[in-house]
Write a protein that binds this ligand. Structure first.
Ligand code: CIR
Length: 261
């Protein structure tokens, strides 16, 4: 899980006009910008060179760049987000993605897919089918990944109302280890997909912590979950906590703020 680059986008002044399903209050713009800057600084501190896109007020959710593309070491797929208000984010970021991946593919209608539903786990990808990513979108990506030699399997989370995207509840942090929120880890229909991995279960009361990101030798985690940090440390990982309070108000987590490659 070595990354040398990431694409990020500065939050726009109307960030609070984005979509949300939670009721944690209105994000404070100064804190949004400070938390985003700290996140970018953390990536740079881990050795990543950032492509920093300007704020785009046409799309209040556009700082969540992860949803607009799926990048692997070999190829890129531009997505087709499931929320109508986010569709235009893809053409806005496409030139940047294509500057690194000239042959980037594109999810086409009637497929929809948000990058936040796609969890890379080594040579396997978990494809979340959610209220944003439909089976057709997942199928298009599965073919694209198969052509690169990756396997994939679908995890249907449409019955899980507490999460927006698959990666709100699961993260692959390297060393054959999956971090999985309790509700997902306990669901018998997913058991066979998780067999063979070491699983770190995130208790339901702190399930927001499940959206963590392995970046080089650290695991970025949301600040405020010391028991989860201990779980990671006990398992041999090195957490790096970042304040995510304002992004959480808009259903955002650590993974969605960057496209890493
Ligand atoms: C949305 O509802 O689309 C944004 N407010 C949050 C997107 C978060 N993205 C992600 O988890 N990958």
């Amino acid at each position: 899980m070595h990354f040398s680059r990431a694409i990020v986008r500065t939050p726009c002044d109307n960030f609070a006009d984005g979509l949300t399903t939670v009721d944690f209050g209105v994000p404070a713009l100064d804190q949004v910008l400070a938390q985003h800057a700290a996140y970018c600084q953390a990536l740079e501190g881990l050795g990543l060179s950032l492509t920093w896109l300007p704020a785009d007020p046409a799309f209040p959710d556009s700082t969540f760049v992860e949803d607009a593309a799926v990048l692997t070491p070999h190829a890129a797929m531009l997505t087709r987000p499931g929320a109508a208000s986010r569709l235009g984010e893809v053409s806005a970021i496409a030139p940047t993605v294509r500057s690194f991946y000239p042959d980037a593919a594109q999810i086409t209608a009637p497929g929809t897919l948000d990058g936040g539903d796609i969890c890379e786990a080594g040579t396997h990808f978990f494809l979340g089918v959610s209220l944003r990513t439909n089976p057709e979108g997942a199928n298009q990506l599965a073919h694209h990944l198969a052509a690169q030699g990756y396997t994939s399997s679908v995890i249907d989370i449409r019955h899980m109302t507490s999460i927006l995207h698959l990666k709100s509840g699961i993260a692959f942090i390297g060393d054959n280890t999956l971090v999985v929120m309790e509700e997902m880890a306990a669901d018998p229909q997913f058991a066979s997909q998780f067999a063979g991995y070491r699983i770190i279960v995130v208790p339901q009361a702190i399930s927001y912590a499940a959206n963590c990101v392995r970046v080089n030798d650290r695991v970025l985690v949301a600040q405020g979950y010391p028991t989860f940090e201990r779980q990671l440390t006990d398992a041999g990982f090195h957490p790096l906590a970042l304040d995510m309070s304002e992004f959480r108000k808009m259903d955002g987590g650590l993974s969605c703020l960057s496209l890493r490659f």
